[in-house]
Ligand binder design. Structure first.
Ligand SMILES: [Fe+2]
Length: 323
């Protein structure tokens, strides 16, 4: 049974809406002002809120923004109930994060339809988050099969996110980059542990199998709409600037930016991680090695310059510890 929070400073309005919602089979929580609404919201499971805009003290706009902030990344639908139909109020409502409006005096049928449609959106969103979480968890679990790669994707994710925000890209792009970092090697889930853990050189056949993790990773993530943006990063993170990489042999700027970023971070992490055949390299030494190889054709030289510029001071000041 969906649980709705209704906030209005006029008790008779609350009673009216409550009666309509109960008839519809919703569970109803009511509040006469913002603070008790927030308290109910924190302590109770609420699926959606209907807020009156004009209230003394904290108004509906502000309360909406507070509830959205508390919800964080979880989608929490809010409908504003307002006598204000002017453009300015609508914009203010949208700025506060409101998902829909309904004008007073309201039409009960319209309100119920809007609520049901937002609840459906919420349940679809939750399903999607659930599927996404399963894949993210699988990526972490997969790495744990091999002590030498344990934690690799989480570290790559963190550093790739830091780098993207250093480059001045948006918060959304930073989040996408972090997700791509976690998932870039998810295709390795299809490889046997004997190949993954093999200490010696791989046969041609084994090496071809390992290379397939790029396209397999893309296949695994493709069904989820929320992953679409990061598919190029997964597919192309082993391309080389000079065109000799895989799976598509792309060259230079034809390689998606996210893949060019991952390629640098992936190598850096591999260098500072312990491998069966060698111990850990220091971050400073890894940066020296990358810099020495900067014109060898593996990476985007300009991007690499930015990466070194970001990392050098952090490593020198000891603000960067790894592994
Ligand atoms: Fe990879």
């Amino acid at each position: 049974m969906p649980s709705i929070l209704v906030v209005d400073d006029v008790p008779s309005n609350l009673e009216l809406i409550e009666a309509i919602f109960l008839k519809e089979g919703f569970k109803v929580h009511t509040a006469l002002e913002a603070d008790s609404a927030v308290e109910t919201f924190i302590n109770t499971h609420i699926d959606l809120a209907v807020l009156d805009v004009m209230m003394p003290g904290t108004d509906g706009f502000e309360l909406c923004a507070r509830l959205k902030k508390i919800s964080g990344n979880n989608f929490f639908p809010v409908i504003l109930l307002t006598a204000l139909t002017d453009r300015k109020s609508r914009i203010k409502g949208l700025e506060s994060g409101a998902d829909d409006f309904i004008s007073k005096p309201f039409d009960a049928t319209e309100l119920i339809i809007k609520i049901k449609s937002l609840l459906k959106l919420k349940s679809l969103q939750e399903e999607l988050d659930h599927s996404e979480n399963i894949i993210l968890t699988l990526a972490i679990a997969m790495e744990a099969r091999d002590p030498y790669t344990k934690g690799h994707s989480s570290r790559v994710s963190k550093l790739a996110g830091d780098f993207v925000s250093y480059l001045g890209l948006s918060e959304r792009e930073t989040e996408e980059m972090k997700k791509a970092g976690i998932l870039h090697d998810i295709g390795k889930i299809c490889l046997s542990t004997s190949v993954l853990r093999k200490p010696g050189p791989l046969t041609q056949e084994e090496s071809d199998m390992v290379k397939k993790h790029t396209v397999l990773g893309e296949e695994i993530c493709k069904p989820l709409i929320s992953m679409r943006k990061i598919l190029p990063a997964i597919r192309n993170h082993h391309e080389r600037w000079d065109g000799t990489g895989f799976p598509d042999g792309l060259t230079g700027n034809d390689i998606p930016l996210t893949a060019r970023i991952l390629s640098i971070i992936d190598t850096f992490d591999a260098m500072v991680s312990v491998r069966p055949y060698r111990g850990r390299r220091s971050s400073a030494l890894a940066l020296d090695n990358i810099e020495a190889e900067q014109f060898d054709g593996q990476w985007d030289p300009e991007l690499l310059k930015y990466f070194l510029n970001m990392m050098r001071p952090l490593v020198m000041k000891g603000h960067f510890s790894y592994g």
